[in-house]
Design a binder for this molecule. Structure first.
Ligand SMILES: [Ca+2]
Ligand SMILES: [Ca+2]
Length: 494
């Protein structure tokens, strides 16, 4: 197999480069810095003579295609009642004088916040904040306080610098946390600060100095007198972050646990200077979804993907799931096709929500499902497609995946997709004759191109593919929301 040096110029892919050098056997990656030539190679692949021997199907989803469905829709009984009840209150739980902010924050994928519109601040600004808080109660719920962007929160909210507080079985903890505009995340360690007892007052401060750490920036986080530091890397600074709010919001994970926490005597940087609030009167901050109770269907494992009639596309909420003998699919029958067939699919992808440890697959598969002992991980003996998955240090790859019996082939690299809700064109081509007849896959995403040479064992094992569609990654983790449209794919031989 051929090895080529990986040459990735895009700064956000530096982490990916180091992975690639460690593990480049059997993979070729085209330069992402030379898009014109990558596209020229791409065009070559689109005109393989073998492609003429195959039938394709096209869907624009302007009407319900009535694909095969299995366990892909939410079960009402799995819903949890979620309450967000926080904001300004005249109470005095913190004990520093009447008037404070906070209340009950519940885990949910539905957005909420209570915050001051601070104009715009970035990582080029000196950012200082401090305050006092009391955790009254909680069980695995969490709340954030800090600078963020009103466009998006979440479990690791992009454009965030501040404190992540969380309840944990009768006690609490807090982390200093930062996430860049492109989901590069850094935090102090979970055990760096002593546990936070309920009902007692705790103090925190954050001091981000853009000039410290040889000009890359550094944030010093203090909690009850203990100090820790996040030294920023060139990656973080190049990614940047745009903050337009300072305030509080809930932990954006599957519906469930909550925390009751109050903050007082807050001081923070805004674009018009430092603000100091004792909350003796209502600051009239902006509240979004912070006073609601609703039946939240987005609980862990409660899938909701398939035909999206409102937006005329397919996709939805897909959880990473446990080892299971059950099928969880939204798909249509094809072929059968096998390892010697040419496969090609293209379309658009829109990825509005990606959490750590989550993922999904789109592609051809064998609709016979078993557990890990029977068919290895992912549960099917045959898959050729695109896997949208972490690691969380990178965010999400949009990378090839092949499954042949129990053998799995997928590179630890590939095009990177951001969960920012933008829509990109994509394409996958499987050429069974490339790579000295061991097969190769080429993936395109927007301007990115990636080639994966299959290890020989995959074609040797062989696979049968009888469906094309969407299904989850295993084992269990968190969830993504991802949508596909204008799909064209090989559906059989002529
Ligand atoms: Ca007060
Ligand atoms: Ca459509």
């Amino acid at each position: 197999m051929k090895k080529q040096t990986i040459l990735l110029s895009t700064i956000i892919l530096v982490a990916l480069v180091s992975l690639g050098f460690q593990n480049c056997g059997g993979m070729r990656s085209l330069s992402l810095s030379n898009l014109t030539s990558a596209q020229a190679v791409a065009d070559d692949w689109m005109h393989l003579p073998i492609a003429n021997n195959y039938l394709k199907k096209t869907f624009d989803f302007s009407s319900d295609p009535h694909w095969v469905e299995s366990r892909n829709r939410p079960i009402a009984g799995e819903a949890k009642s979620v309450t967000q009840k926080y904001g300004y209150t005249s109470s005095n739980n913190v004990g520093l004088g009447g008037g404070e902010i906070g209340g009950l924050f519940s885990r949910s994928l539905t957005k909420s916040y209570y915050a001051d519109n601070i104009g715009q601040l970035t990582l080029n600004d000196r950012l200082r904040a401090s305050g006092t808080f009391v955790i009254k109660d909680g069980s695995d719920g969490g709340a954030f306080i800090g600078w963020f962007n009103s466009r998006e929160q979440g479990w690791r909210p992009p454009n965030f610098l501040g404190l992540h507080t969380q309840a944990d079985h009768g006690t609490g903890y807090a982390l200093g946390a930062f996430t860049s505009a492109t989901w590069n995340a850094a935090a102090t360690g979970y055990t760096e600060f002593p546990a936070l007892d309920f009902h007692n007052r705790h103090t925190f401060s954050i001091d981000y100095n853009p000039d410290a750490n040889s000009g890359l920036g550094s944030a010093t986080i203090t909690l009850d007198g203990n100090t820790s530091k996040i030294d920023f890397t060139k990656n973080y600074r190049d990614d940047g972050a745009l903050f337009d709010r300072f305030g509080i919001f809930h932990l954006g994970k599957s519906a469930g646990a909550s925390i009751e926490i109050y903050f007082d005597d807050i001081e923070y940087e805004s674009s018009t200077g430092t603000k100091k609030l004792k909350f003796s009167s209502d600051p009239n901050w902006e509240g979004v979804g912070n006073n609601v109770t609703f039946n939240d269907l987005e609980t862990y494992g409660n899938f909701d993907f398939g035909y999206d009639a409102e937006n005329k596309r397919i996709g939805g909420l897909i959880w990473r799931m446990d080892n299971s003998t059950d099928s969880y699919i939204y798909a249509t029958s094809v072929g059968p096709l096998n390892q010697n067939d040419y496969l090609e699919a293209s379309g658009t992808v829109t990825f509005p929500l990606g959490q750590s440890d989550s993922g999904a697959i789109i592609g051809w598969f064998n609709n016979t499902w078993g557990d890990e002992d029977t068919y290895g991980n992912l549960g099917s003996p045959g898959i050729v497609g695109i896997e949208i998955e972490g690691p969380s240090a990178v965010g999400f790859y949009f990378r090839p995946i092949v499954k042949a019996g129990k053998e799995r082939g997928d590179p630890n690299e590939g095009p990177v997709i951001l969960p920012d809700g933008s829509t990109l064109n994509w394409r996958i081509i499987y050429d069974p004759n490339a790579n000295f007849k061991s097969g190769a896959i080429k993936v395109y995403l927007g301007d990115q191109t990636y080639v994966y040479d299959l290890p020989p064992v995959l074609k040797q094992n062989g696979f049968t593919l009888d469906h094309f569609g969407i299904f989850p990654v295993r084992p269990s983790g968190s969830g993504v929301k991802i949508y596909f449209d204008d799909l064209t794919f090989v559906s059989g031989k002529k």
